[in-house]
Write a protein that binds this ligand. Structure first.
Ligand code: SAH
Ligand code: MG
Length: 200
C-alpha cells in the first residue's frame, strides 16, 4: 500500500492533482481509525489518494462510496483501487455530487467532503438525513489559502468561495446538532461530530 500511495503522490505532484496535505492526512487517518466507521462517504475522489488513506485506516472491508465528477480522474482512481485489491469495497460514482447525493441510500458513519469548495453547505444539507447519530464529517480546505479565517476582503475571484466556506464553518460551529474542531494545518481541515436530530 505504501508503494502505491507514493505512486499516487508522485502522479499528483506531476499533474497538479490537489490531494490532501500531509498534515491533514494525519488528522483524516486518526479520525477514521478512532471512529471505526462501517460505511464511509467521500465527496471528491480525484485519483483516489484520500480514498486509499481512509481504506487503510478503517477496518478491512469497510464500505466506501466515493464521488468524482472528472471521468479521467475517476478512471485512474478505479485502476488504483484495483491495484490495491480494494475495488470490491469501494463504490466509485462518476458525476456531479449535487446530483448524486440525493439518490444515495443508507446511513454513513463518516463523510469526507473534498469536492467543490463553494458547495460544502449544500453537500451537508443533502446528506444530513443520511448520517448515523455520532457520525463524523471531515471537510478539507476549509481555511482556503488562509483567506477564510481573516477579516480582510479576499481577492475578487475567490470572494464567493470564501463567503461560502465561511457559511459552512458558521453552520457547523453554531448549530447545536454539531460539534466542530477546525485544525489550522494544511489548507485547513474541519472535523465535525453529528449528535443526531434529537440528541442534544
Ligand atoms: N480527496 C482527494 C482530492 C480531491 S480534489 C484527495 O485528497 O486525494 C477535488 C476533486 O473534486 C477534484 O478531482 C474534482 O474533479 C472533484 N469535484 C469538483 N466538483 C465536483 C462535483 N460537483 N461533484 C463531484 N466531484 C467534484
Ligand atoms: Mg482537499
Amino acid at each position: 500500500m505504501n508503494d502505491l500511495l507514493k505512486i499516487l503522490e508522485d502522479y499528483a505532484a506531476k499533474h497538479q492533482v490537489p490531494i490532501i496535505a500531509k498534515d491533514s492526512a494525519v488528522v483524516l487517518e486518526a479520525t477514521v481509525a478512532a471512529k471505526r466507521p462501517a460505511a464511509v462517504l467521500e465527496i471528491g475522489t480525484a485519483i483516489g489518494y484520500s480514498t486509499l488513506l481512509i481504506a487503510a485506516s478503517a477496518a478491512f472491508g469497510t464500505k466506501i462510496t466515493t464521488i468524482e465528477i472528472d471521468e479521467a480522474r475517476a478512471k485512474l482512481a478505479r485502476s488504483f483501487f484495483e491495484q490495491a485489491g480494494l475495488a470490491p469495497y469501494i463504490e466509485l460514482l462518476v458525476g456531479d455530487a449535487a446530483q448524486i447525493l440525493p439518490q444515495l441510500t443508507g446511513n454513513f458513519d463518516l463523510v469526507f467532503i473534498d469536492a467543490a469548495k463553494g458547495q460544502y453547505l449544500d453537500y451537508l444539507s443533502k446528506i444530513l438525513g443520511k448520517l448515523s447519530p455520532g457520525a463524523v464529517i471531515i471537510a478539507d480546505n476549509v481555511l482556503f489559502r488562509g483567506l477564510v479565517a481573516v477579516d480582510d476582503l479576499p481577492p475578487k475571484r475567490y470572494r464567493t468561495l470564501v463567503k461560502r466556506l465561511r457559511a459552512y464553518l458558521e453552520f457547523v460551529t453554531s448549530d447545536p446538532r454539531f460539534e466542530t474542531k477546525i485544525h489550522d494545518i494544511g489548507d485547513g481541515i474541519a472535523v465535525t461530530y453529528y449528535r443526531g436530530e434529537n440528541n442534544y
